[in-house]
Design a protein around this ligand. Sequence first.
Ligand code: URA
Length: 238
Amino acid sequence: MERLQKAIANSGYTSRRKAEELIVKGRVKVNNEIVTELGTKVKNSDSIEIDGVKLNKEEKEYYLLYKPRGVISSTDDEKGRKTVIDLIDTESRIYPVGRLDYDTTGLLLLTNDGDFANMLMHPSNEIDKVYYAKVEGILKGEHIKQLERGVLVDGVKTSKAKVKLKKVDKKQKNSYVELTIHEGKNHQVKKMFEAIGFNVLKLSRERVAFLTLDGLTSGEYRPLKPKEIKQIYALVNK
Ligand code: URA
């Protein structure tokens, strides 16, 4: 069961706020009866009509994209820049699950399933997000420990992270670090390094839960398999 305005928004017909307006104005029928009560719960099998036209329930779609650099992670951009949605061939109103920065590459999931997106993003579900960062300067053990324990980002301490120093390039004075976190605050990885005095030169997301970029090159995408979607739910319900 879900709230009527949510069912309308999830169908891709309009936003939740506009759906509420339609309901209040008496333009929505459930099983042939006008419903003006905003909290009304509906089941998947209920028939919803707006202005006499039956609502088509949009099929849920799930994609795994290898995001290239120079593309923004939102559904539209006021500056007209290319978005991740432009890379995916679908008529459905999909959106990215969280964000990768304009200059960050790697694994981005997109869907029109709001519950699935929220589940993946909620830190309490402890879904691994694994990043590979090229950092300016040489990291020492103490820096790794600080990142692992948590650092202050926008005044809030980050949760425990797994951090592996993969490579140090002494000549170029760069370090390569693998970082596993469950949170997804804005610019989180860059800000975590900033908090310990380092600048991220390149950032890529390599994995989300057990999903990787295997088989894809930058700019390519694939639908998630039903089995993968089930496995993600199973991870959270464990
Ligand atoms: N952390 C960042 O700083 N940027 C990203 O794009 C993702 C995580």
